[in-house]
Design a protein. Sequence first.
Lengths: 255, 255
Amino acid sequence: MNDRPYNYKLTIAYDGTHYCGWQVQPNGISIQEIIQAKASIITREHVIVIGSGRTDSGVHALGQVANFHTSSPLDTFRFQGSLNSLLPPDIRVLKTEEVADAFHAQYSPIGKIYHYLVHLGPVSDPFKRLYSYHLKEKIDINTLKAAASTLLGKHDFTSFANQAHLGSAARDAVRTLYRLDIVEEQGGVRLEFEGDGFLYKMVRNIVGTLLEISAGKYSKDELPMILASKDRKLAGQAAPPQGLFLVKVLYPEAI
Amino acid sequence: MNDRPYNYKLTIAYDGTHYCGWQVQPNGISIQEIIQAKASIITREHVIVIGSGRTDSGVHALGQVANFHTSSPLDTFRFQGSLNSLLPPDIRVLKTEEVADAFHAQYSPIGKIYHYLVHLGPVSDPFKRLYSYHLKEKIDINTLKAAASTLLGKHDFTSFANQAHLGSAARDAVRTLYRLDIVEEQGGVRLEFEGDGFLYKMVRNIVGTLLEISAGKYSKDELPMILASKDRKLAGQAAPPQGLFLVKVLYPEAI
């Protein structure tokens, strides 16, 4: 018999600037630990908040998803109001829903959407400095689009994954990228990623590589070789964290 | 003979969150003093940077204007690059121009444009928290528009000016408001002010009053009486600083 039969799903937005990332870390304050601490105050029991995955220091979320179990049912409207009143203003719970016991924020997702914002211009923008990557150099949008399209589909993305992800065992690094749209917007460009899952630093490593290609450092025709090599050293540098937003975590309708 | 015959105009954007405002203050770091200090390093003389007017702590600028005199001519492109490399990333010089000796950032303006951003929604937004005023309550946009229109034109705005402005002598408080547009945008509303000049805290006091009217606290028909009373206590509370942006300072073409 489950002694915590009530399962709640939280949809969370946060400005990652002042945190060491989502996940509890020995050094620095994480978003996860703050939400756990505040939710524990309200529920009067030590709750464990499970996120869909980690985000790094400086990375933002418009729709991170987490869940936690409790021994007593909650009035979700009142709970969310209480939680937001205890949380710092750079973390907000947007939605609180009771979900089936089987719902697990980390294991249940069938996909994720990330956006990466690049600000293009001769002078950086004080209002975008924490929420985009600023490039003074001109980039070739058509090359960027063409290079992005070659990464679509099912690939082993080892070349775009940092070691921390692969860990001790050689975990499966095959992922499917459903969509990688290059959207031009005022003052820059937004790279929209949708896939069934992403390896550690995969989005930032892909963005860094695509920007190097669009700046003419090498050719998009090298991308198939880079994928095939399964060698992280052949791909470009990771783009910095402040341009990255976890926009949405996708779950099957059934749970 | 002027020993500093070269006069330069700077157009500056800043995120006011971490400053005590534009103007040098005994307590706290001002934007003016930082720009003065960095410009003095480059010019190797103690420069005085004159702004178009002060902005309060937490108030932002997209186009603040300042000027300073130097004894030697500057390569404006190189100067701006050096200045931006010395300034913190929340302050950026967008434009540097040599101007006529008569140009004075504070005394020459013929008008100013301010925007005030209001975020409307049940939950505040981590990404707007420092750049807008969040209201949970619904407001009546048509009432807001109608109330705004009654303030257009030439009035004595004493009722909307904080005492700090009026100071020792009874300074002329007659100003002309050319435009006060209410622009609906995703997630909120933007109040756009254009006038020949603004008294201390006038924009924030007007915004606060208009929002109280649109929330139904009192009627827009009371505004003419509030203006005529020249009594600050009759108008509403100042809206908070983080929603306010100095967008543009207007100067005559001739100087």
